[in-house]
Design a protein around this ligand. Structure first.
Ligand code: GDP
Ligand code: MG
Length: 388
């Protein structure tokens, strides 16, 4: 039988972000290689990360690769996503639940549009700690790399991060993956920076259990399993839970993390929950598993929304009342209509208050972050002010 997961080190969720082709996936593979050599991880090759299985849910394809590893002091779950749209869906909606991020910037190319957008999104969703991997240092020229570093620090400062204090580590993910000692050391230095710079976040362990459903699968002979990251609280085998969206109450009959059984899952853990007697097609991505009676789904809320500018990949024309975009809330994707009240219009680059009426009920609460999407792009990032 499988070895149980033993919680010996604090657990954090991190991820790589940055412009396509700057080396996020190569770095993810390189980190696992470096730690496998140290004996605290398992090497995950590039191809296994880049070909993560697709999850198709209601017409949206989500790609996300999870790897896990340990440093001397911490246990990490690390997410890597192939496409820009995947960041928007997972990061902005809070599904990825990043406690910190590694911003990968190619020293050859510098800041590109997705670099800037990911920093903006990270700020919007409350990722307070970013460590920069200035990648491809093997191929870069020193003076140009110095300029790129200044440019990255400046971008971070502009978005409200302490740009002067953020660790910027020059690495070669490819060099480390190929076993070059100099570049292996560079990836170790990056991991040290993550260990020391990203603090252990406050976990809401005493709050009622809540897990947004990311994926649903069937284990033959055992039943329906839902996966996701625990947003708050704790859950144990035998606990009663409600599945909001499916409107069923059931019992957790099994609990695993990265394929290993665990006695108790807590806020921040990526887990699979086996649910007693729930049909496979009753539960979907976007539903929420929670302690019974702890959350009330609603359709109407007021929110503060930042409308992305055209330069940030958003709209070039204003929003008006009656606008009907998609709302990405936790892992759910719901249509809704916008009422801007007296202001009536919201221009790109502005932060506005709006009332939203969703097409269906979802669990909502003040402070919850969400993304506003239209025709496959993010046009806004917001948070709930009040319900009703
Ligand atoms: P992603 O889109 O950000 O995940 O980027 P990938 O990891 O797929 O890398 C994109 C390309 O950059 C690939 O051809 C990699 O081999 C190359 N690459 C990644 N890291 C490095 C590096 O440190 N040095 C050099 N020279 N090339 C790299
Ligand atoms: Mg990639």
């Amino acid at each position: 039988s499988k070895t149980a997961y033993v919680r010996t080190k604090p657990h954090l969720n991190i991820g790589t972000m940055g412009h396509v082709d700057h080396g996020k996936t190569t770095l993810t593979a390189a980190i696992t290689k470096v730690l496998a050599e140290r004996g605290t991880g398992t090497f995950v090759p590039f191809d296994r990360i880049d070909r993560a299985p697709e999850e198709a849910a209601r017409g949206i394809t989500i790609n996300i690769a999870h790897v896990e590893y340990e440093t001397d002091t911490r246990h990490y779950a690390h997410v890597d996503m192939p496409g820009h749209a995947d960041y928007v869906k997972n990061m902005v909606t809070g599904a990825a639940q990043l406690d910190g991020a590694i911003l990968v910037v190619s020293a050859l190319d510098g800041i590109m549009p997705q670099t800037a957008e990911h920093v903006l999104l990270a700020r919007q969703v409350g990722v307070d700690h970013i460590v920069v991997a200035l990648n491809k240092a093997d191929a870069g020229d020193e003076e140009l790399t110095d300029l790129v570093e200044l440019e990255v620090r400046d971008l971070l400062s502009t978005q409200g991060y302490p740009g002067d204090a953020v660790p910027v580590v020059r690495v070669s993910a490819l060099g480390a993956l190929e076993g070059d000692p100099r570049w292996t050391a560079s990836v170790e230095a990056l991991l040290d920076a993550v260990d020391t710079y990203v603090p252990m976040p406050e976990r809401y362990l005493d709050a009622p259990f809540l897990l947004p459903v990311e994926n649903v699968l069937t284990i033959t002979g055992r039943g329906t399993v839902v996966t996701g990251a625990v947003e708050r609280g704790t859950v144990r085998v035998g606990d009663r839970v409600s599945v909001l969206g499916a409107e069923v109450e059931t019992v957790v009959t099994g609990l695993e993390t990265f394929g290993r059984p665990m006695a108790e899952a807590q806020a921040g853990d990526s887990v699979a929950l086996l649910l007693r007697g729930v049909p496979r097609d009753a539960v979907r991505r976007g539903h929420v598993v929670a302690a019974p009676g702890s959350v009330v789904p609603s359709r109407r809320f007021t929110a503060r929304v930042y409308v992305l500018s055209g330069r940030e990949g958003g709209r070039t024309t204003p929003l008006v009342s009656g606008y009907r975009p998609q709302f990405y809330i936790r892992t759910a994707d719901v249509a809704g209509s916008v009422d801007l009240g007296a202001a009536a219009v919201a221009r790109p680059g502005e932060t506005v208050e709006m009332t939203v009426e969703l097409g269906r009920e979802v669990p909502l609460e003040p402070g919850l972050g969400f993304a506003v999407r239209e025709g496959g792009r993010t046009v806004g990032a917001g948070s709930v002010i009040a319900l009703g």
